[in-house]
Design a protein around this ligand. Structure first.
Ligand code: HEM
Length: 493
C-alpha cells in the first residue's frame, strides 16, 4: 500500500523498480563476466525493457493528434429555469474542465496546420459526475447517418495497398453525398486552416436536451465563441508552417497558457422547443444544417477559461476519454441519428484503447468517486468497491438506485414505422452552403475556389465532373469558377 512515510522507502531521489526496490544500477546490466551474456535474473533490466515495449497504446482511430489544457467553466447567465443540471444552477458557479483540441484525419505525428476539421472536446467535472461536450470547430458535420462514418473516414486515410496518402480519392464519396457540401465549403475556406487552437469557435454540433426539474425540456445547441478573435491561415502560410513547425498549434496553446495568457471562450446556447422542432423546414436533428440564429438567437450561459497546462501529456491528454454519452442529470440526448451512433462508439473505443476500467484513470474519473456494483477487470485500482456487495438490490448496504424514477429523465414522443428511412436530398441542402458562400469577402471566395478546385483536380475526372452540378446548384458562378480552374489546370476534366 502507498505510504507518504519517506523513512519506509528511503531516499526519494533513488531510482526504484516498479515494485519499489532501490535499483543498484540504472545504467549497467548484470552479466556473467565482463565478456559474458546478460542474466535473466536482472529484474530491473527485464522490467525496463518490457515496460518500454508496451509504452504505446492504440492511438485514437480519428483525432489522434491533439493538445489539451485544464481550466474552468463559469456560469455568467442564469439558465436554471431551463435545466436542473447543478453545475448551471447559479451565476458565478465554477466547474473544473479539461479541454482537448485535435485534427481529425492524421496520425499522432501529423502536422497541426493541415486542412482539416478541428476537434473541440470539453470535459466538465461537475458534482453530479462528468459531462463531455465532444464537438468540432464547425457547427455542422459532413454526413448525417452514423452508418456512413467508417467509410467516410477511411476514404480520407492512407491507401490500404501502399500506405500512401491518396489525394483526391475523397471526392468519390463526397460527389455522391452532396449533404457534405456545407462542411466542405467551410473546410476549403480558410477556416479549414485555423491559426492554432485559440482562435477558433467550438460547437456541440448536435442539439442536446436541456431538462428542467419538472421533466419539461428544450433542445439546445451549444456554441463556444473564442474571445481571442477568429484567425485563420492562408493555404500558403499553413504549408510553410507544416515544414517549419509541425507542432505549431500545440506549442502555441502550451506557451500562451505558460506565460499566463489564458485563452477563453464565451459559451452560448441556441434553444428551441419540441413544438418548434416539428415545424422546421428540415429535420432539426440533421447535423449537416445550422439552426438560424435570426430565428433562434444565441443566449449567453458562461465562459470557459484554460489556465493550466497538463503536467504529463500521456497521463492527461493521451488517456483522456471524451464521450457524448457522459451526461449529467438535466442534459440528455436528442434523437439526432449521428449522436445516437456516437453514444455507442466512444465508450466502445475507450474500452479498446484504454481498457474496461478507463473511467478510473485520474483524468477521466469524476470528482466524486463512482459508486456502483461494477468490479474487477484489467487495471482495476482504487478500492474496487471494498467490502461492499457486488450486486444490487441487496440487504448489506452500499449504493442503491433512486427510489423513484427521476422526473428529469424526461419522456419524448416517438411515432412512425421502424425502417431504413433515408434522407432525401432537397434544396435545403444547398441553401446553407449558398448562404455561407455569399457571406465571404471576394478574397475569401477566391481562396475557397482555389483550395477546393485544387483538391478536386486530383480526383478521377469522372468524380470531378459529378461535383460540378452540385457546386453550380449552390451558386452558378461559384461552380463555374471551379470548372474554369479545373480546365485551366489540365485536371483531365
Ligand atoms: C473522436 C467516432 C462523429 C467529434 C472520435 C473517436 C471515435 C469517434 C471512435 C475516437 C475517440 C477516442 O479514441 O477517444 C465517431 C463516430 C461518429 C463521429 C462513429 C459519427 C457517427 C463526430 C462528430 C463530431 C465528432 C459529429 C463533432 C460534432 C469528435 C472529437 C473527437 C472524436 C472532438 C476527439 C475527442 C478527443 O479529443 O479525445 N470520434 N465520431 N465526432 N470525435 Fe467523433
Amino acid at each position: 500500500m502507498k505510504s507518504t512515510d519517506t523513512s519506509l522507502n528511503g531516499d526519494l531521489d533513488v531510482v526504484t523498480t516498479g515494485s519499489g526496490n532501490p535499483v543498484p544500477s540504472n545504467q549497467t546490466s548484470q552479466t556473467a563476466g565482463f565478456y559474458g551474456p546478460v542474466l535473466l535474473q536482472d529484474f530491473h533490466l527485464i522490467d525496463k525493457l518490457a515496460h518500454f515495449d508496451r509504452e504505446r497504446i492504440p492511438e485514437r482511430v480519428v483525432h489522434a493528434k491533439g493538445a489539451g489544457a485544464h481550466g474552468y467553466f463559469e456560469v455568467t447567465q442564469d439558465i436554471s429555469h431551463l435545466t436542473c443540471a447543478k453545475f448551471l444552477s447559479s451565476v458565478g458557479k465554477r466547474t473544473p474542465i479539461f479541454t482537448r483540441f485535435s485534427t481529425v484525419i492524421g496520425e499522432p505525428g501529423t502536422t497541426d496546420t493541415v486542412r482539416d476539421t478541428r476537434g473541440f472536446a470539453v470535459k466538465f467535472y461537475t458534482e453530479e459526475g462528468n459531462l463531455d461536450m465532444v464537438g468540432n470547430n464547425t457547427p455542422i458535420f459532413f454526413i448525417r447517418d452514423p452508418m456512413q462514418f467508417p467509410d467516410f473516414i477511411r476514404m480520407q486515410m492512407r491507401n490500404p495497398k501502399n500506405n500512401l496518402k491518396h489525394p483526391g480519392r475523397q471526392w468519390e464519396l463526397w460527389s455522391q453525398a452532396p449533404e457534405s457540401l456545407h462542411h466542405l465549403m467551410i473546410l476549403f475556406s480558410n477556416r479549414g486552416t485555423p491559426d492554432g487552437f485559440r482562435h477558433m469557435h467550438g460547437y456541440s454540433g448536435h442539439a442536446l436536451k436541456l431538462v428542467s426539474a419538472d421533466g419539461s425540456f428544450h433542445y439546445a445547441k451549444w456554441h463556444f465563441r473564442t474571445n481571442q478573435g477568429i484567425k485563420n491561415l492562408s493555404a500558403q502560410q499553413a504549408a510553410e508552417l507544416a515544414s517549419a513547425n509541425p507542432d505549431y498549434a500545440t506549442q502555441n496553446l502550451f506557451e500562451a497558457i505558460e506565460r499566463g495568457d489564458h485563452p477563453s471562450w464565451t459559451v452560448y446556447i441556441q434553444i428551441f422547443t419540441e413544438e418548434e422542432s416539428l415545424k422546421f423546414k428540415y429535420n432539426p436533428f440533421d447535423i449537416t444544417k445550422v439552426v438560424s440564429q435570426k430565428e433562434y438567437p444565441l443566449h449567453e450561459v458562461g465562459r470557459m477559461v484554460l489556465d493550466r497546462n497538463p503536467e504529463n501529456y500521456f497521463a492527461e491528454v493521451e488517456q483522456a476519454a471524451f464521450s457524448p454519452s457522459h451526461m449529467v442529470p438535466g442534459i440528455a440526448p436528442s434523437p439526432d441519428r449521428m449522436l445516437q451512433g456516437r453514444l455507442f462508439s466512444y465508450p466502445d473505443t475507450h474500452r479498446h484503447r484504454l481498457g474496461a476500467n478507463y473511467l478510473q484513470l485520474p483524468i477521466n474519473s469524476p470528482l466524486q468517486i463512482a459508486r456502483n456494483q461494477q468490479r474487477d477487470g484489467p487495471m482495476c485500482y482504487g478500492g474496487n468497491g471494498g467490502r461492499l456487495p457486488n450486486y444490487e438490490p441487496n440487504s448489506f448496504g452500499g449504493p442503491h438506485q433512486l427510489s423513484t424514477v427521476r422526473e428529469t429523465d424526461s419522456v419524448s414522443r416517438v411515432e412512425g414505422y421502424i425502417g431504413r428511412l433515408s434522407y432525401k436530398l432537397t434544396d435545403e441542402d444547398f441553401d446553407q452552403p449558398r448562404a455561407f458562400y455569399r457571406l465571404l469577402s471576394a478574397k475569401e471566395q477566391q481562396d475557397l475556389v482555389d483550395n477546393m478546385a485544387g483538391s478536386i483536380a486530383q480526383a478521377k475526372p469522372v468524380f470531378q465532373r459529378s461535383m460540378l452540378p452540385h457546386l453550380k446548384r449552390i451558386d452558378e458562378e461559384f461552380g463555374s469558377r471551379v470548372e474554369d480552374y479545373l480546365r485551366k489546370h489540365n485536371s483531365g476534366l
